[in-house]
Write a protein that binds this ligand. Structure first.
Ligand SMILES: *Cc1c(COP(=O)(O)O)cnc(C)c1O
Length: 382
């Protein structure tokens, strides 16, 4: 074996020993909630497709029409020949929905964050980031030479301390947080952070990946908090049911990103089918408030049945501690017919491996009740 393979094999062994190896499991999603995995049909509580829009007939039909008209790929970066007319329509629609002047669409949420952050913060600047923010916000910060400081999770006072101590020495300051935290389901104190940022001339960016479509009649976490951060990023790949990332912001900010964000300039445009699917998904989100309220209602039912604290989003964590405990619980739930993933470090902090339940508008009340019984059963056995 050469040194490269030895390196890879040894790393894998270390991961295996710590129960942190990850493997792909082919999974056919039949509709918004049922999946076929290893020969079994399971009800998924593991998808972020909160409204089942990935399989909605109108969304699928829009994607098919776009493929027939524009083909399967964008063909190039949007600045070259990849700026399919559907993308402009999508950006206008996103801006209207988010109440911003403009919006820019990226290939994915990850690419959005990896492009936005280093474009807005550079040498001599300061980035403040919630310690539990999504990996791709950290990836964006790592691509910037700005000084990056973490503030304690959802701790406005700590963020204030850091700004007071370090804002003066920096040219510009950018603050990054999830609006809904992807592995805990809790909400950022966006109103408090926005006021703090305003007082220190810092720019707040909220990542609404898990808020769009499910909070505040689908408008997301900032709308729920009653504030409008100048930088509202999100993804079309969760409740949107498709793929693609976006930022809603002012005209000048969006124009700057179009000219300078490397993941926009040097990456192929979003495929036309994804733009069309997102437009159809937004149409449904805007016109069906009852649908957008359902995932959180299901999460409430689940928490109530198990005596857990009331949820703030359709994401409910059950922290078990050790990676193996989370893997075992996930395996037990699979035997009972439920797909619930075990989330382990480094996705979550050491010692907080967990089951992560994600609720969908398509889950029946009976599905949720049966899941709660199965979880209680495991708790009793443990
Ligand atoms: C999933 C997620 C992303 C990445 O979005 P993709 O479109 O899947 O790349 C970004 N931020 C948060 C908080 C997420 O949960």
């Amino acid at each position: 074996m050469d040194s490269l393979d030895r390196f890879a094999a040894q790393k894998l062994e270390e991961l295996e020993a710590a129960h942190l190896r990850r493997r792909l499991v082919p999974t056919a999603r039949e509709d918004g909630v049922h999946v076929l995995r290893e020969g079994r049909r399971l009800i998924s509580f593991a998808c972020n497709d909160y409204l089942g829009l990935s399989h909605h007939p109108k969304v699928k039909a829009a994607a098919v029409r776009a493929i027939e008209r524009y083909g399967t790929g964008a063909g190039a970066s949007r600045l070259v020949t990849g700026d399919c007319p559907l993308l402009e329509e999508l950006e206008e629609r996103l801006a209207r929905f988010k109440g911003s002047e403009a919006a820019i669409v990226f290939g994915s949420g990850y690419l959005a964050n990896a492009g936005i952050v280093p474009t807005l913060a550079g040498e001599g600047d300061l980035i403040l980031i919630d310690e539990l923010a999504h990996a791709c916000l950290f990836a964006g910060a790592q691509l910037s030479p700005a000084r990056t400081l973490r503030f304690r999770h959802n701790d406005v006072a700590h963020a204030a301390e850091l700004l007071e101590a370090h804002r003066g020495g920096a040219r510009r300051a950018l603050m990054l947080t999830d609006g809904v935290f992807s592995m805990d389901g809790d909400l950022a104190p966006l109103a408090g952070l926005a006021a703090l940022c305003a007082a220190h001339d810092a720019w707040l960016m909220s990542d609404d990946a898990h808020g769009l479509g499910v909070l505040a009649q689908g408008r997301g976490s900032a709308a729920l908090a009653g504030c409008a951060p100048p930088l509202q990023m999100g993804t079309l790949s969760k409740a949107g049911g498709g793929y693609g990332g976006y930022l809603a912001a002012s005209h000048p900010v969006v124009e700057l990103l179009r000219a300078r964000a490397r993941t926009f300039v040097y990456s192929t445009g979003l495929p036309p089918a994804n733009a069309a699917a997102a437009l159809a998904a937004l149409e449904i989100i805007e016109s069906e408030p009852e649908l957008t309220a359902r995932p959180l209602a299901r999460a409430h039912d689940f928490c109530e049945a198990l005596g857990l604290p009331a949820p703030h989003s359709p994401i409910v964590p059950l922290v078990l501690g050790a990676p193996q405990a989370a893997l075992d619980a996930s395996a037990r739930l699979k035997e009972a017919g439920f797909l619930v993933v075990a989330i382990r470090p480094p996705t979550v902090p050491e010692g907080t491996a967990r089951l992560r339940f994600a609720f969908s508008a398509l889950h029946g009340e009976d599905d949720v009740a049966r899941l709660a019984r199965a979880v209680a059963e495991i708790g009793r056995a443990a």
